[in-house]
Design a protein around this ligand. Structure first.
Ligand code: F6P
Length: 321
């Protein structure tokens, strides 16, 4: 087995990116250690978005900021916990955005959670789109600690796992077959939107009874997306509606996930009225939120078709009342 870094070097991946990947893996190892040793306590504080904070959110956030600063490679960084771009190293080549711990609502249950990273070249992010990311990664804190990274320029999606007995990150998956168009499992998030979206109700019925897909939903986007990559198919669906607004952030969650899914051959559309590609959505603010429907491309297209056609049918019907 080889290390992720030597594999990347053998593929002539840019040296700066390889050493930033090392920093992100060190950070993930640190968060994994915190998760194994720290108690999960509610804090009296909230982040700038007003979300309740847990001690582990704050500690993971500080740990990642510290390592990014020490690396001197990162000019600016922002996190879901501290959502303004902070200057770290004026000469840094990259800007990094991250969600230190995605799945705060399930971490106290001791379920698998993760971190999400998006990396841009240069000092700014606003006005760019997710397609400008040079790399994106998710870290999965489950029975093993895994790090899945996508480098679109090289059409690469790779997984490394941390082996504590060797103190090394070894390459454990190259996802050679990518995400197939055909889908065998579904992850239905933001189910509250079924109140306004008859199409989402229809899809649930179709997926479970007619197509007999398998339900694979953890309540954490990172393990759900990792599951789609590892099984090579699946759909993650988080549409939004009038009364079930988007809570996922474009910059910290959806754009990095979309980059990983598209690089692996899947597709990722916003789960809102325009259903454009998540990667084409221009970043206007670090608080931009979107729905997302991503994974096996045929099923993503079908889901959008069912949601939009039944929504317009419903509107036509309501207009006649
Ligand atoms: O922070 C967002 C998140 O925890 C995602 O990781 C997850 O997919 C989603 O919330 C779960 O949302 P819901 O409660 O709507 O299923």
């Amino acid at each position: 087995m080889t290390t992720l870094e030597s594999h990347l070097t053998s593929l002539n991946v840019d040296k700066g990116l390889v050493s930033l990947i090392r920093v992100l893996m060190d950070a993930s190892q640190g968060v994994s250690r915190l998760l194994r040793s720290a108690c999960v306590k509610k804090m009296e504080t909230a982040n700038a978005f007003g979300d309740e904070q847990l001690s582990i959110d704050v500690e993971s956030d500080a740990l990642i900021f510290d390592l990014l600063r020490e690396s001197k490679q990162v000019s600016h960084a922002a996190s879901e916990e501290q959502p303004e771009l902070r200057l770290l190293s004026p000469d840094g080549e990259f800007s990094v955005v991250f969600d230190p711990l995605d799945g705060s609502s399930i971490v106290d249950c001791n379920w698998t959670v993760g971190s999400i990273f998006g990396v841009y070249r240069g000092k700014s992010i606003l006005g760019k789109s997710g397609r400008d990311q040079v790399m994106a990664a998710i870290s999965v804190y489950g029975p093993r600690t895994a790090f899945i990274v996508a480098i679109p320029q090289k059409k690469l999606v790779l997984e490394a796992s941390f082996f504590p007995q060797l103190n090394q990150w070894l390459l454990t998956n190259t996802f050679l077959n990518g995400i197939s168009r055909v889908c065998k499992s579904f992850s239905p998030a933001n189910l509250r939107s079924t109140a306004d979206l008859p199409g989402y109700v229809r899809l649930m019925e179709e997926w479970s009874s007619q197509k007999r897909l398998t339900l694979r939903y953890t309540g954490g986007m990172v393990p759900d997306i990792a599951g789609i990559l590892i099984k090579g198919n699946g759909i993650f669906c988080s549409p939004v509606s009038q009364t079930a607004c988007a809570k996922l952030r474009l910059v910290f969650e959806c754009a990095p996930v979309a980059l990983i899914v598209e690089t692996a051959g899947g597709s990722a559309l916003t789960g809102s009225s325009d259903f454009e590609k998540v990667l084409d959505r221009i970043i206007r603010s670090l608080d931009d939120r979107v729905g997302i429907i991503c994974g096996s491309s045929d099923e993503v297209d079908h889901a959008v078709h069912v949601i939009t056609s039944l929504a317009s049918y419903l509107h036509m019907y309501l207009d006649t009342l």
